[in-house]
Design a protein around this ligand. Sequence first.
Ligand SMILES: [Zn+2]
Length: 351
Amino acid sequence: MTKFKFLYLLPVLGMLACSEDPLSENPEIESLPQENEFNQNLTEVAYPDTKGNVSSVYYAGQKLPVAEINGKYVYQGDILLPKSKATTHYENLIFEEGQAPATKSTGRTSGMWEDNTVYYSIDSNLPNKDRVYDAIKHWETNTPLTFIERSGESSYIYFTPGSGCSSYIGQIGGRQEITLASGCSTGNTIHEIGHAVGLWHEQSRMDRDNHITINYENVQRGMEYNFETYAEGGYDGEEFTSNLDFGSIMMYSSYSFSSNGQPTIVKKNGSTFSVQRSELSNGDIRGIESMYPSIEQKPEKPEEPSTPNYINGEYYTLYGLTVLRYYDSWYYGSRFGWRKIKLVNGNWYWA
Ligand SMILES: [Zn+2]
């Protein structure tokens, strides 16, 4: 039996190494460091004064580094992951026969709001509600999404005060909060709504290393996890623009989480860049239009996904799990040896 040696290849979901940028010694600095990025409203954070313990959880088939703060999993500063749907064990991604999966996959292309309609409600204690109304108006003017004040619907966004700006990703089911501290602007609210309808951060794209370099030496200690790309979990969603969009309202600034006033993110030529928090970029709008085609444009019958041709003896990472194709079946190498599993509607089950 030679199969067991392949166990070493299992979860290949670790951190991406940061690469040295040969040009960083001679950067063409385009703009000066900002004193405090949060005050500049260009980096949204859920809990500005708290770091929390960093650990990894599996969520929607991806391994994500999170900080645990106030009993919440915080990802990349301002993204909250629902605790009931995140698991600390890889094998929890495989269910027993008949067991309803506890997780609903969410990513750039799922956790969608049906019929392009987002329900919401505003906490009566939220100061300056106009930033919510203005942000919603901006979304409705520029995208096919409609926002309707909730009247009994079970899944909805709840805009409420908090210590920072934060949101969940996509529709998670039930009431999901967007927190807005008094310092969160209309632009920050547009950004947080972007998360709630399914957008991740632009600098975390899978291909971002082709466009930018992360200067980890300038990142605040304990904040490095904010600069991870999405793990190659096989469920990373889609990128809707061919290039990294520096104008995206979902893009971090050059000085996000800087410890020393030096840039944490630079372009490949070493230069810094400016970001904005006033409007959705053309790339943001194109992405949203791909995720939420206007009702008239929707094809009458959804296209059947073509079945990929899996090769026996090869490993694949599918729906969060690294699995072996063998005699036209799937196998998972657990600590008890190889076990046959099967894929049903995007969830793995013991076969
Ligand atoms: Zn964000």
